[in-house]
Write a protein that binds this ligand. Structure first.
Ligand code: SAM
Length: 213
């Protein structure tokens, strides 16, 4: 089961996806999102990414969801926040300051849980989802965020060179998943670093998805 796979990765500290600084595609291109303090960003499959702290530091209301409760707790502890915890069905909602994180399954999250979402920030989330579940992921993401604009950071590489996750999600796939509701622009692509860069010359790509009128 998908959840067991990810919980084992966390338990065994096999979290090579976790970056030790905020993602520089996010920090460099953030002004293109046109967000101002007080607006809201949703981070699906957020892990304990330092991007959460960085987004909070911009004065945004940040929400996210992650299977692993320890990762959620660590994201609060790192910011010296003591969250209120409330069980909501199969999810646990942690909230303090401008940060609200849900521990549980992304597919159990609803628009009511999230409230208004001005922007989605997907880094290593879509690429973490099995190819056969991508369509359901994109439909659920659009449903719970009202097709909000999205900053999407993923990978493009030859899938025959490596098994995912992270899976390769080339531009055609991004288009196929989102073009019905969004105008899609490639903002930057660069050589990926780490194992995926060394093994398969992967490109790390940043996409901006603007809702169609
Ligand atoms: C590749 S990691 C990326 C984490 C984070 N976005 C980052 O940049 O560090 C994917 C994360 O999604 C979580 N995850 C995978 N499927 C999930 C689901 N259906 N619901 C909630 N979390 C999920 C995993 O536990 C893992 O922490």
């Amino acid at each position: 089961m998908e959840q067991d796979f990810w919980q084992a990765r966390w338990r065994e500290n096999r979290i090579g996806f976790h970056e030790d600084a905020p993602n520089t595609l996010l920090t460099r291109h953030f002004p293109k999102l046109g967000l101002h303090a007080g607006q809201s960003v949703f981070v699906p499959l957020c892990g304990k990414a330092l991007d959460l702290d960085w987004l909070c530091g911009q004065g945004l209301q940040v929400s996210g969801i992650e299977f692993n409760q320890g990762a959620v707790e660590e994201a609060f502890a790192r910011q010296r926040l003591e969250p209120e915890m409330i069980r909501q069905g199969d999810l646990i909602r942690f909230q303090a300051g401008g940060l609200t994180l849900f521990a549980g399954d992304f597919f159990a999250l609803t628009a009511e849980h999230l409230g208004t979402v001005d922007t989605v920030y997907d880094r290593a989330a879509l690429v973490a989802v099995k190819p056969e579940d991508r369509k359901a992921y994109a439909v659920q993401l659009n449903r719970i965020t009202g097709c909000a604009q999205q900053f999407l950071v993923g990978f493009d590489y030859d899938q025959s060179l490596m098994d995912g996750p992270p899976f390769s999600v080339p531009g055609e796939t991004v288009q196929a998943l989102y073009r019905e509701r969004h105008a899609i622009t490639l903002i930057e692509e660069r050589a990926a670093d780490g194992r995926i860069g060394e093994r398969c010359n992967a490109l790390e790509q940043a996409w901006l998805l603007k809702p169609l009128d």
